[in-house]
Design a protein around this ligand. Structure first.
Ligand code: MG
Length: 381
């Protein structure tokens, strides 16, 4: 039996993780969960899984929750300290790092230092602090398995392979809801939130629509697998059946195929290096019959271009890309800016940034904060 801590239990990845835990009650016990905004759902999860620890954002929410939950044995904590506590508890075997944004950075690093098996879903952490994180992972030789479907696929394609044999990584992308749309001017948040294939949270749905999600994934793959940005390519593949591919120097390409359901990569991230039978429906290629591939349009989706740029520049630039994007997406969701303002804001913030190469954690956090503030200023003009 493995004890799991789910950082970000009420988000899309968190909910799917709890579903997996529920499907295999003899393998996983949900021992700690955290939630931020959706306290109603968090309470439902508490009643269903009876975790020993729950973490919420602040003291006020903690008081409210303590008052409303019937099981008084449950320990409620709050803030970053609370997240660090549940990530490093002696009894926790696996930490699922699934908080959107960089809130989970320090708790995840602390969990790595304690040698926990990590299922990493928060791509922002790898984008902003990938170098620091992977250094700790290697130093302590912890299991560090990506949950992002593309990276989980690449991870599996690379198992037991030599990095020097890799020619390139081919990241597949659905293209998002507007790939064929001619005019992106008047896209509303509601339209952008409706993804054709994957069911996801609000932030990542918008990132999918701008293709920033894929851009962030390029940087994520760069750190995770230690591959140069120039060797990572994107291919649009609307069916989302091939989750990504690795081409080797002899021309062989390994691909991972599966139905587009996040429970599949989550399950493998939890059971790695073991495999257990799935309860999901099998992939039937004869029913799909055709798969399509095309090159991405960098002019129509400039966020892709900025992500490659930020990844190549390195240092604090990926944190700035990410921080500016976070705020721009938020402004768009609040209808304060238009869809096409998102890349414009990011470009302006990147232009203003003085890059720090080989940043420490504080430089990264400060750059994220600066980028967010600067994006706000530009967006509110
Ligand atoms: Mg993905």
């Amino acid at each position: 039996m493995k004890n799991i801590a789910v950082l970000g239990a009420t988000g899309s990845i968190g909910r799917n993780t709890l579903e997996i835990a529920k499907s295999f009650p003899d393998k996983f016990k949900v021992t700690a969960i955290s939630g931020k905004a959706n306290i109603g759902l968090l309470e439902q999860q508490i009643n269903r899984f009876h975790p020993k620890f729950v973490v919420v954002m602040d003291e006020n929410t903690k008081k409210q929750l303590c008052h409303s939950i019937s099981d008084k044995k449950i320990r409620v904590e709050c803030g970053r300290e609370g997240l660090i506590k549940i990530s490093t508890l002696e009894e926790i075997d696996i930490v699922v790092s699934a908080i959107t944004g960089i809130t989970g950075l320090i708790p995840t690093l602390e969990a790595i230092k304690k040698g926990k098996h990590i299922a990493i879903a928060a791509k922002e952490l790898l984008v902003t602090a990938g170098e620091i994180i992977l250094k700790e992972v290697k130093k302590r030789d912890v299991k560090f398995v990506p949950v992002d479907s593309e990276h989980n696929a690449i991870f599996q394609c690379l198992e037991g392979r030599d990095k020097k044999d890799i020619k390139r990584i081919i990241l597949t992308a659905s293209g998002g809801p507007f790939y064929k749309e001619k005019n992106l001017h008047d896209i509303s948040p509601e339209q952008a939130l409706a993804h054709p294939v994957w069911e996801m949270g609000r932030k990542i749905s918008i990132d999918s629509a701008t293709l920033m999600n894929k851009g962030l994934e390029v940087i994520e793959a760069h750190w995770l697998f230690g591959i140069d940005i120039s060797k990572i390519e994107i291919v649009i593949h609307p069916e989302c059946i091939i989750h990504s591919m690795v081409e080797f120097i002899d021309g062989s390409i390994l691909a991972l195929l599966g139905i587009p359901d996040m429970k599949m990569p989550i399950q493998y991230a939890l059971t790695y290096p073991e495999r257990i039978p799935t309860q999901l429906e099998p992939l039937d290629l004869t029913k799909i019959s055709r798969l399509h591939f095309s090159v991405p349009n960098f002019d129509k989706f400039p966020c892709l271009k900025f992500a490659y740029e930020a990844g190549s520049i390195g240092g604090t630039m990926p944190a700035v890309l990410n921080g500016a994007n976070d705020v721009a997406v938020n402004l768009f969701l609040k209808k304060k800016i238009k869809f096409l303002d998102i890349p414009k804001i990011i470009e302006k913030v990147m232009d203003k940034h003085n890059v720090i190469q080989k940043p420490c954690l504080d430089d990264i956090l400060a750059s994220d904060e600066w980028a967010g503030r600067t994006a706000h200023e530009i967006g509110e003009l």
